[in-house]
Design a binder for this molecule. Structure first.
Ligand SMILES: Cc1cc2nc3c(=O)[nH]c(=O)nc-3n(C[C@H](O)[C@H](O)[C@H](O)COP(=O)(O)OP(=O)(O)OC[C@H]3O[C@@H](n4cnc5c(N)ncnc54)[C@H](O)[C@@H]3O)c2cc1C
Length: 468
């Protein structure tokens, strides 16, 4: 059905449908196959089941639509770019989906304060490009940036590749505007770095996965656009040396990424991303080390000195420095080459656990051992933002992987407490990890979370199946 085709029979409550269309206009509502043909999962086709997708064009429409849904006691699911991998944007046939896709304007970029006011539906890539044109840089960077939205990254407190330097989304947001489940507008769009006037409400919404309301706009914190870019790809012979190399890399003032790939990842992805991998295969670990800075002479010198010193200390077996910006991008393509994983490993289960850095290899050995007994055919792919404690793990045990998903998850998560770990470092709980969250939180924490959610959304109308 075309956007403005009104011939489809109204889904859900016909009176609610009529009133929503009166607010957004027909082009603001999708039903039938226009709704179901949208996958709410980036890794496998999963239709959006909701009766309708509502696409408000501005904050006023958004608040009015949410008020209407509240009046009709209508459950809602929020969708940004639908790149989330925790099932947070999944819907049921009796849901109304609120999509932020038409709220996609960058309203203001202020060079003096290094901030921008941005609507929630703007993609991270569009934001990066717009601020770059003004000599500024938004440091949140993730493989899904072409589709992931500012609202979705705020809701999930997304991390990504440059957390080691600039932190998670939480550290890069100064102000937030959101609409609560009853339509109340909460505008907290301050541009100030320091403001201790009462509760800092933005932190309530960051990482709340839509359970406290719908983020409509935010003030993002920007930094000057780096003018130098160095990327090295190195191989390392032991995990102790990886940890020692990380400690040295942290002394580099320009360090912006330290991405570790295990040999199971490198042997699968490197030949797919580049005809020849950046360094020779045969080592257990490969690392992409990136520096972003502002002084060509000094940055190049310290980056090269760091690599030479690490080679001389035998922390690395091999190292290649990208000779051009194109080669920098090629090296990143190896790290972000998820296509080969999806093609070769599917069906697989993706994990994004957090583990204390010195324990990472012991944790992974425990997981491999626990899985290989019941599933001798298990295959793993392992990579991660090691400097942020964050390991991504893909596991397949063959065509029946999804049938035994819960058991695999149990085994992967059971080993975490011994190593000070957490079940999600950046993707969030969504719907997929709900069953495991209760074991992660103390009873006091669970009680506070329950009371906060009940206060913000007493009828539990928004993202009712998400988190707990
Ligand atoms: C190839 C690939 C690479 C990725 N790399 C990373 C990575 O490095 N780091 C990382 O953290 N994640 C990564 N992700 C996961 C994903 O991109 C992030 O979770 C991202 O933040 C989701 O944004 P989205 O706009 O797609 O949100 P969606 O997937 O649409 O939604 C995610 C959750 O946020 C809620 N939500 C969305 N918009 C709003 C809003 N405006 N207000 C309130 N709630 C909202 C949804 O209801 C849902 O619960 C990756 C995913 C892919 C496919």
């Amino acid at each position: 059905m075309a956007d403005d085709d009104m011939t489809t029979s109204p889904p859900l409550n016909s009176e609610l449908y009529k009133q929503i269309v009166a607010v957004t206009g027909p082009s603001g509502v999708l039903t039938g196959t226009d709704a179901s043909s949208r996958s709410c999962d980036p890794l496998c086709i999963t239709p959006t089941l909701a009766g309708m997708i509502v696409r408000p064009a501005d904050i006023e429409q958004l608040a009015r639509v949410i008020s209407l849904c509240a009046r009709f006691n209508q459950p809602m699911v929020v969708q940004g770019g639908r790149t989330g991998v925790a099932g947070g944007a999944y819907s049921e046939p009796d849901d109304v989906v609120i999509s932020l896709e038409r709220m996609n304007k960058i309203e203001d970029i202020c060079v003096a304060s290094q901030t921008a006011v941005v609507q929630a539906g703007v993609t991270i890539e569009a934001l990066q490009n717009a601020v770059q044109a003004q000599g500024l840089f938004y440091p949140i960077d993730l493989g899904s940036k072409g589709t992931a939205t500012l609202g979705g990254t705020i809701a999930t407190n997304a991390g990504g590749n440059r957390v080691i330097r600039w932190g998670m989304t939480r550290q890069n947001i100064l102000g937030i505007e959101a609409v609560l489940a009853d339509g109340t507008l909460v505008s907290s769009l301050g541009r100030l770095l320091k403001n201790n006037t009462g509760y800092d409400l933005k932190h309530l919404f960051i990482g709340s996965e839509g359970t406290f309301g719908v983020v409509s706009r935010a003030v993002v914190k920007l930094v000057p656009l780096p003018s130098t870019h160095y990327v090295a790809f190195v191989s390392v012979a032991s995990f102790d040396k990886v940890v020692a190399l990380l400690a040295r890399a942290r002394r580099l003032p320009i360090l912006s990424a330290f991405e570790v790939m295990w040999s199971d990842f490198y042997s699968l992805v490197a030949p797919d991303a580049l005809s020849k991998g950046p360094v020779a295969p045969g080592q257990p670990y490969y690392i992409l080390i990136e520096g972003l800075g502002y002084n060509e002479t000094a940055d190049q010198m310290i980056f090269n000195e760091f690599l030479e010193e690490a080679l001389a200390s035998e922390l690395m077996v091999d190292a290649v420095v990208a000779a051009s910006e194109k080669q920098c991008q090629d090296f990143w393509r190896v790290r972000e080459g998820t296509e080969a994983i999806v093609r070769e490993m599917s069906p697989f289960i993706a994990f994004d656990v957090s583990v204390e850095i010195p324990c990472v290899e012991a944790y992974l050995s425990a997981v491999r051992e626990a899985l290989c007994t019941p599933y001798p055919e298990a295959r793993f792919v392992t990579f991660g933002h090691l400097g942020d404690n964050n390991i991504h793990l893909g596991i397949t045990v063959g065509p029946h992987t999804h049938d035994v998903a819960h058991h695999i998850e149990q085994l992967v998560y059971a080993a975490l407490p011994r190593f000070g770990g957490a079940i999600t470092a950046e993707h969030g709980i969504g719907q997929f990890k709900k069953a495991f969250m209760k074991e992660q939180k103390s009873s006091g924490e669970k009680e506070v979370m329950r009371r906060m959610r009940a206060a913000m959304d007493p009828a539990r109308l928004i993202n009712r199946e998400v988190m707990f």
